[in-house]
Design a protein around this ligand. Structure first.
Ligand code: FAD
Length: 201
């Protein structure tokens, strides 16, 4: 799986601080370091709407439809995903869960090959992509672009980086958290710390 940060609001912490300070008409008190102090205070007090003024776009490739089915449940994300109507899945790639033991790997690959042949059979009968895809597996590899604001990403990371989350969405969200922590530490530090301590338990 490949997770790429495509775009992010320039100077996101300054933008959030500017929005928040508008509430108090204190924009003139912003300094180079003030966002690092103000933003954690906003989060502690539950004043989270300013965090909606910064956003990020990620491209995720080589992940399963099983994973994206979970990701798109997050209703505040903007989503664009490889279509199984407009793009043929002939010879589709697939994701192998790490829980499949090496001794069964050949059997798993063989099942996928069987499904490839099933798909091709229905395509050969002139069935359209949109209906031939009914025989495809959740393992089918896909590509998705998501855009979300920082408030929503904080929520997603809290629930999807948890050890209770499914391994693949967790893996994707841990990478996204890492990328956003680098560009906006005052926004994502507390989430990253909580994720780390939950993983250590
Ligand atoms: C570990 C785990 C297991 C899960 N298992 C299942 C399962 O078995 N079956 C299943 O169907 N789903 C399952 N889900 C998905 C889950 O129920 C949510 O659909 C998903 O996490 C999206 O999160 P959300 O609704 O909190 O947030 P988002 O859609 O990302 O929205 C963010 C926040 O905005 C607010 N919000 C958004 N829309 C509304 C609204 N219409 N009304 C009120 N508030 C709103 C809420 O506060 C919400 O938390 C699972 C999720 C996790 C993390």
């Amino acid at each position: 799986m490949d997770v790429e940060l495509v775009a992010v609001t320039p100077n996101p912490e300054a933008v959030i601080e500017f929005a928040a300070r508008t509430c108090y008409m204190s924009q003139d008190r912003a300094t180079d370091e003030s966002a690092g102090r103000l933003l954690p205070k906003l989060l502690t007090s539950g004043h989270e709407s300013p965090f909606e003024h910064a956003s990020a776009t990620f491209r995720i490739r080589g992940c399963s439809r099983a994973m994206t089915h979970q990701l798109v449940r997050h209703r505040l994300l903007a989503v664009s995903q490889k279509s199984q109507r407009y793009v043929s899945e002939k010879g589709f790639e697939y994701v192998v869960p790490p829980s499949i033991p090496e001794e069964y790997r050949a059997d798993y690959d063989s099942d996928m090959e069987t499904i490839r042949r099933m798909y091709e059979k229905w395509k050969a009968r002139k069935i359209r992509n949109e209906d031939a895809r009914f025989v495809l597996p959740n393992a089918c590899s896909t590509e998705i672009v998501i855009t979300g604001n920082f408030r929503e990403f904080r929520h997603i990371f809290r629930v999807r980086c948890s050890p209770h989350a499914q391994w693949e969405i967790r893996e994707a969200c841990l990478v996204m958290l890492d990328r956003l922590l680098a560009v906006a530490p005052a926004v994502f530090r507390d989430v990253a710390d909580a994720v780390r301590s939950a993983a250590d338990e």
